[in-house]
Write a protein that binds this ligand. Sequence first.
Ligand SMILES: CC(=O)N[C@H]1[C@@H](OP(=O)(O)OP(=O)(O)OC[C@H]2O[C@@H](n3ccc(=O)[nH]c3=O)[C@H](O)[C@@H]2O)O[C@H](CO)[C@@H](O)[C@@H]1O
Ligand SMILES: C=C(OP(=O)(O)O)C(=O)O
Length: 435
Amino acid sequence: MDKIIVRGGKRLNGTVKVEGAKNAVLPVIAATLLASDGKSIIKSVPTLSDVYTINEVLRYLNADVHFENGEVTVDASKELSVEAPFEYVRKMRASVLVMGSLLARNGHARVALPGGCAIGSRPIDQHLKGFEAMGAKVQVGNGFIEASVDGRLKGAKIYLDFPSVGATENIMMAASLAVGTTVIENVAKEPEIVDLANFLNKMGAKVRGAGTGTIRIEGVDVLHGTEHVIIPDRIEAGTFLIAAAITNGNVLVQGAVPEHLSSLIAKMEEMGVVFKEEEDGIRVISAENLKAVDIKTMPHPGFPTDMQSQMMALLLRAKGTSMITETVFENRFMHVEEFRRMNGDVKIEGRSVVMNGPTNLQGAEVAATDLRAAAALILSGLVADGITRVTELKHLDRGYVNFHEKLAALGADIERITEESELTLTASYVADLNA
Ligand SMILES: CC(=O)N[C@H]1[C@@H](OP(=O)(O)OP(=O)(O)OC[C@H]2O[C@@H](n3ccc(=O)[nH]c3=O)[C@H](O)[C@@H]2O)O[C@H](CO)[C@@H](O)[C@@H]1O
Ligand SMILES: C=C(OP(=O)(O)O)C(=O)O
């Protein structure tokens, strides 16, 4: 089992480049299934385990998929099969995003029920409500969701009870090949929604309003393969902004888009961190003394839940009492106990956590509970006294490409090891301490 070993105390300096966004590339790859004609070429694709998983799902569904040098090519022109089994959906919930495309292309889709996960129960009722409004019959049983329609889906007016990212994407994909016009209200406004809309439009779809609260889709008869470059990953970028701030460093995060990160930047500025927009990214210059702030996670353009645990790491270093309230997921505080193992003064109060800082963080063995918690614990390790060992790296590999290597290139004392090599390493560290 791999571990990341961090020895705290180094300031980060230099330049780091962000990858294409995981949360944009997964729906875009799912949308390639809509093209009954021509190949789709997706560029700036990160080498993440989630990308390999969605590619496997597409192959299972009878698409030809190649992934090389940051480019995914999909030919989905053959007849598609209808089922995405549990082995894939269990690995990655975003597998449910093939449902909209399959239903629109085949008139039939069968996808394993995703089940719960580390951050909450995550139902998909809003996705299904959308499909039903478009004329699909949806049945849930034997661990599967089955949706089918006689003929083609029909355009409909759909109001989402919550601006769900996945439901907005799944319904957008399904509506693109429906007969007539679909209007979705109270939709998610995340930059990844806009990226998907741009991709669909290049395929020949007619999607308007992405990035606002209402999306209007005029269905078309056929969609074709196209080329697309995925937007930069705002969550990876935000994680590096915090890495620089927490170590009192000075780092240029290349590829970071300021408009995608405005809530995070505003909150970090309140803490005293300085940002400069440069031609190719954002420079972050940390402050010696960080101030406590309160945060509430919200759908975009509010503060992203995917930055909540990394922000917790930073707030543990700020002077005063901070509060984080999580409103998007019901159970996204599993990392709190791990921070406490590192001496974090943090406690859960209902849907909030309260932190008293600055905490003198101590190195410890901690386990990643989800992908952002993995990154957050590593960030804490960068400033903790002694050695921090982070386990359960399968989570990290879902969302970050070469995370430890990128931090090491900025000056962090960090490495990724297998259990065997750790025995030798710990012995040499003890020898160093005794010397
Ligand atoms: C692959 C991907 O893009 N993942 C992102 C996506 O997840 P995902 O698309 O799963 O997130 P949603 O926006 O759908 O979920 C947000 C909230 O709505 C609830 N909900 C959602 C759908 C539904 O039908 N019913 C329902 O109750 C969920 O349980 C959750 O509490 O957006 C989340 C919110 O920004 C991010 O944290 C994830 O990183
Ligand atoms: C929660 C996340 O992703 P997913 O929806 O794929 O689990 C995330 O990216 O932080």
